[in-house]
Write a new protein. Structure first.
Length: 358
């Protein structure tokens, strides 16, 4: 079976200078929804940014027109974390902030709370064609004093219990001699909803500031035994650039804190998770070249994330953020940032036969 790629988003087209931060889900009707940030003026992480979406009704072989799913005027709406509920409703949790609120300024505490990273949710009940007005949930899911804040990137998950889990990350204010070393204060948590997005609370919180593991952008998957597996980007002296943890209570707490996962070699970068049930296979996607963002690879685990092996490499090109989705029983979808000379030239969707992963 072919793994030919399509290109739903290409930098410099359709009114946006850059497209970043992909996320993809499949609706109950079988429609693929590919989300990302549409960055209007440049490729920077702040500025005028919309969350845009394209729909595919043929498994990612072709894509419909670009639409804006979430807009914050001339400011930022980003970090899309979509999830398709058992009711068919599609939730879109995301971040909003002022266009001028750069990450550095937020980390230094120079941005007013009202202009900083705040959390919102929208929904669609018509297969992703239209979206509700946004509703803010910041007060329920962000503690006072947290500075930087981001959801996922990539898709969120609904557990078999009905609980919605959205991995997220934040930073604490640096103290003493650590001023100027704000990355050391990267921390992780998750958002939880037990009523399908009506109300929200904070689940686990991992605030390890010893510099050994810096919890950052995190993905989640429910394992067949009901545990939730979390895998995070980490930039620290620990072995490798990934760390992972398990939760036995649906993300409310961690059974053990995040520990290094040296089996996923690669650069400091976001990665995506997807648990297949038939066959029983946990997938991880991300760049596999240790010295830079390149070599987009899907790796597999048959033991709940303890050990990993490479299973499919898209190509040897530059590549960065990604997201995984199961299209149908025979096919997995991979949406990822790539390009010929840089990782952010286009966002590509690739159909991968499950047989290529086993």
């Amino acid at each position: 079976m072919s793994t030919a790629a399509t290109v739903p988003f290409h930098a410099g087209r359709e009114g946006y200078a850059s497209f970043r931060i992909p996320a993809v889900v499949v609706t109950r009707a079988g429609t693929l929804l590919a989300f990302c940030e549409g960055r209007v003026g440049s490729g920077r992480d702040w500025g005028h940014i919309d969350i845009v979406v394209k729909r595919s009704v043929d498994g990612g072989r072709t894509w419909g027109p670009l639409k804006v799913a979430a807009s914050n005027g001339v400011h930022l709406a980003g970090n899309p974390a979509p999830v398709v509920l058992d009711t068919g409703r599609i939730l879109l949790v995301h971040i909003r902030s002022a266009a001028t609120a750069s990450e550095d300024a937020i980390l230094r505490g120079e941005v007013a709370d009202a202009d900083g990273r705040r959390v919102w949710v929208q929904h669609s009940d018509d297969d992703g064609v239209t979206w509700s007005s946004p509703r803010e949930i910041t007060e329920s899911v962000r503690k006072a004093g947290w500075r930087w804040y981001a959801t996922t990137p990539g898709h969120a998950v609904q557990l078999s219990t009905g609980r919605v889990v959205v991995p997220a990350n934040h930073t604490l204010p640096p103290t003493g001699t650590d001023i100027g070393n704000e990355a050391k204060y990267n921390s992780g948590h998750c958002l939880i909803s037990d009523d399908r997005g009506a109300t929200w609370s904070i689940g686990y919180v991992d605030e390890n500031t010893d510099g050994y593991v810096n919890v950052n952008e995190t993905a989640a998957a429910e394992l067949p035994d009901g545990r939730v597996y979390f895998n995070t980007r980490s930039s620290s002296p620990s072995p490798g650039n990934r760390a992972d943890a398990h939760s036995e209570d649906g993300g409310r707490t961690l059974h053990t804190r995040f520990r290094p996962q040296a089996g996923l070699d690669g650069p400091v970068c976001q990665g995506s998770l997807l648990q297949l049930r038939d066959p029983d296979l946990l997938l991880f996607s991300g760049p596999a070249f240790p010295r830079g963002r390149a070599l987009m690879t899907i790796r597999t685990s048959t033991d709940g994330g303890r050990t990993w092996r490479p299973a499919f490499t898209a190509d040897g090109l530059p590549a960065a953020y990604s997201d995984l989705v199961r299209i149908d029983p025979a096919t997995v979808g991979l949406l990822y940032e790539t390009g010929d000379f840089g990782a952010y030239e286009r966002i590509v969707f690739r159909r991968v036969p499950v047989t290529r992963l086993t």
